[in-house]
Design a protein around this ligand. Structure first.
Ligand code: ADP
Ligand code: TRP
Length: 321
């Protein structure tokens, strides 16, 4: 099965991103033919400084490779290295009703927040449809916020096929439901926009300091505590072995344990968990050219598939000839 997903080059991946989405995406590699790319064309809709975009793209590429993207098996590339996708987006635009895009919640939310939208932001789902349809994707693993974009993609593909013949594969989405929402330092959902994150690759002493600051209630040391209401315990669940976790559960319930003790152990476990990835990333940082080569090789592989689909789509609508 062909699995495809795009990753925004927004930088600063956090523990919530990893346990909530990336781990599942990376897990699909073992059994499926995965196509993963960094959506730098999409990032342009928020007009980042020109110097920023390439830097962030390479940074996110390093993150993914360090965290386990299999560069031999998985096709991994930078979206803008396959410019054919913008041509397919145009062909799709011409069968996309305006109303379909006007109903997109992501777009409406940004406008409601007071953002003055550019045409790229409005047309964002059409480019996303081109990403998906170009590579004849069967399954698209995404967070719940992207569900509507996959529905738009299906709708556009059906319209195209109705007009021009069965050229495009109708994809299914696969919503990544995190087993649990990962809490941030303040107990709200961990999110860049709340400034409550633990970043995967931030310095170890900074991870330790942040963990010691996690908000807990004021139950005195000697009293029993409810692990299911504790942010520290929620994070322990992600990194502790099953045996160790049940020991902590006992300590919580029987009292005599302070949150500081649990935080200290959490910091050790969190740092240990990401240590091999951190080492791999440091290695990549000292070999940025190797990352650029991986992306260039991925672009070559992606482009071969893209050229074929685009040729079929151009012929179907009656261009060239
Ligand atoms: P942020 O909220 O930091 O901007 P994104 O919206 O870019 O994060 O999230 C990227 C992916 O990571 C999404 O698929 C989302 O479901 C997942 N994710 C982000 N934060 C969490 C969290 N705290 N718990 C579980 N999953 C999360
Ligand atoms: N819009 C997606 C996001 O914000 C990124 C993306 C772009 C994408 N093209 C895609 C995801 C194609 C899945 C398939 O996360």
């Amino acid at each position: 099965m062909r699995v495809l997903s795009g990753i925004q080059p927004s930088g600063g991946l956090h523990v919530g991103n990893f346990f909530g989405a990336m781990r599942q995406q990376l897990g699909l590699q073992a059994e499926h033919d995965c196509f993963y790319f960094i959506a730098d064309y999409h990032a342009l809709t928020s007009n980042p400084a020109p110097g920023e975009i390439a830097k962030r793209t390479v940074g996110v590429a390093m993150d993914y490779i360090a965290l386990g993207l299999d560069t031999e098996k998985t096709v991994f590339w930078r979206q803008s290295d396959v410019p054919e996708v913008t041509e397919l987006a145009w062909l799709l635009s011409c069968v996309t009703p305006l109303g379909l895009l006007q109903r997109c919640v992501n777009y409406k939310d940004k406008v409601a927040q007071g953002l003055s939208p550019n045409h790229g932001l409005f047309a964002y789902p059409v480019l996303q449809a081109a990403d998906i349809l170009m590579y004849k994707s069967d399954l698209v693993p995404v967070g719940a916020d992207q569900k509507q974009h996959i529905e738009v993609t299906r709708d556009i593909a059906i319209r195209f096929n109705n007009n021009y013949g069965e050229i495009l594969t109708i994809p299914r989405e696969q919503i990544i439901e995190s087993a649990a929402i990962v809490p941030g330092l303040d107990g709200q959902k961990m999110s860049k926009s709340y400034g409550n994150t633990i970043e995967i690759f931030e310095p170890e002493d900074s991870i330790k300091k942040k963990i010691m600051r996690i908000v807990t209630d004021s139950t005195p040391v000697e009293e029993p505590k409810d692990p299911d209401k504790c942010n520290v315990f929620a994070l322990l669940k992600l990194v502790a072995s099953a045996d160790e976790l049940s020991e902590w559960e006992n300590k919580y319930r029987s009292g005599g344990m302070g949150y500081g003790e649990a935080k200290k152990r959490l910091a050790e476990l969190m740092i240990d968990y990401f240590k091999p990835f951190r080492e791999k990333r440091a290695h990549l940082e000292s070999n940025p050219d190797s990352v650029k080569e991986i992306l260039a090789d991925g672009a070559k592989r992606a482009r071969a598939v893209a050229a074929e689909t685009l040729a079929q789509a151009r012929k179907a609508v009656g261009l060239g000839g």
